[in-house]
Design a protein around this ligand. Structure first.
Ligand SMILES: [Zn+2]
Length: 390
């Protein structure tokens, strides 16, 4: 009651002020300045009422907000190798490599990356290489798997040209170590082609493809469609990873045909991506070229053709386009339909892992490439990094 009385007198007082003003304006004639003054008057009145205790507030039922999921995808990850020498391992047991991006990665409902190597302390059968100049074998210490868990990774791809670097025993140990940490994986032909798992009440289906021996073949599109359509029956969200396409700064465009690199058929990533979405995939995370490639929407599903080098310590070329990469933070409906998202640019240097890039080079590259390669796409990538539908 006391408050009511106070408010009443306040309104009364302000009304009086208004009345005086109106009289003054009528008396002395209108000017633009006066008009503004009169219009400005109700503002303090409203804000005074608003600042009073919530006596007059009516409870309104907020419109049901559709629940969405945030899914993050990053490219190639190899946190250091103890082969051929421990000199290729980072300082401090690799603990600092992902520190800068950890808060970003952890913020998602689900975080994916491509595990470009093996995880085992010693042993394994190192691969034979025809061309020693192009031959790298990656074996990360088992303690490093914690860095992935600590950074929030839920699922990784093993379909790439390095998961077989240390033969069957290398693959076996890598899987054991990932199992121990509760990180899901897929991409190995015959044994681990796909995986279905649940997190926070959402069922995810994941599968991964590459042109490399022992992995699920990106070039066998009818088989890929089969795997994806089976996943789509079981899962709310189906994520497809591929490691394909030619490599390097000269191969940043998506050519919409089969690509060859050093005589190897690296698949038709455009045809593949559209085919898996036709079969029920919701998100396609591409990587393999070691540089950024364009993104697009197809049937309201998101495709990025290369996520580039995300955290590749020691033996990787990080010059120019290979040293920058996007983190894709996607927002999707619970059925996988694209809603929006954002792009965070990172850069790497030989001495450190991914750091957030204030000059947003990867974002600029992604915008450029997408405009050139997919002018027809409904995907809008804004200069502030936001993703939306045109
Ligand atoms: Zn690779």
């Amino acid at each position: 009651m006391i408050k009511g009385t106070f408010r009443d007198s306040l309104i009364g007082g302000l009304f009086l002020v208004l009345a005086i003003l109106v009289v003054a304006v009528l008396g002395f004639g209108f000017s633009e300045k006066d008009e503004m003054a009169v219009e400005a008057m109700p503002v303090p009145l409203v804000s005074t009422l608003d600042s009073l205790p919530a006596m007059e507030q009516v409870d309104t039922v907020a419109p049901a907000k559709s629940e969405t999921l945030h899914i993050i995808g990053v490219g190639d990850m190899m946190l250091g190798t103890n082969y051929p020498s421990k000199n290729y391992l980072p300082a401090n047991g690799g603990k600092d490599l992902l520190a800068d991006v950890e808060p970003i990665l952890k913020g998602a409902d689900l975080t994916f990356g491509n595990l470009e190597g093996t995880i085992l302390d010693k042993g394994g059968t190192v691969k034979r290489c025809n061309n020693p100049d192009l031959c790298y074998a990656f074996r990360s210490p088992e303690s490093y798997v914690k860095h992935f868990t600590n950074a929030g990774f839920d699922v990784v791809s093993l379909a790439n040209n390095h998961s077989g670097d240390f033969g069957p025993s290398g693959r076996k140990r890598t899987k054991e170590v990932l199992d121990q940490e509760g990180i899901y994986y897929a991409g190995l032909a015959g044994s681990d082609e796909s995986v279905v798992f649940e997190k926070d009440g959402v069922t995810y289906g994941f599968c991964a493809f590459a042109p490399n021996r022992g992995t699920v073949d990106i070039r066998n599109i009818s088989r890929a469609k089969q795997i994806v359509s089976q996943l789509a029956q079981k899962a709310d969200i189906v994520i497809v990873s591929f490691h394909g396409g030619a490599e390097g700064a000269k191969n940043q465009h998506v050519p919409r045909r089969t690509e060859k690199y050093y005589g190897e058929n690296r698949g038709d990533v455009y045809k593949f991506s559209h085919a898996v979405i036709d079969a029920g995939a919701d998100i396609v995370f591409g990587h393999g070229p070691h540089v950024t490639r364009a993104a697009e929407l197809y049937k309201d599903r998101f495709i990025i053709y290369s996520l580039g080098n995300f955290c590749t310590y020691g033996r990787f070329n990080l010059r120019g386009a290979a040293g920058i990469a996007p983190i894709i933070d996607l927002e999707v409906d619970k059925d996988g339909t694209f809603v929006g998202g954002k792009v965070i640019s990172i850069y790497q240097q030989k001495t450190h892992g991914p750091k957030v890039d204030g000059s947003k080079r990867a974002l600029k590259k992604l915008i450029d490439l997408t405009k050139q390669d997919f002018p027809e796409t409904e995907l809008l990538i804004s200069s502030d990094g936001s993703l939306s539908k045109k």
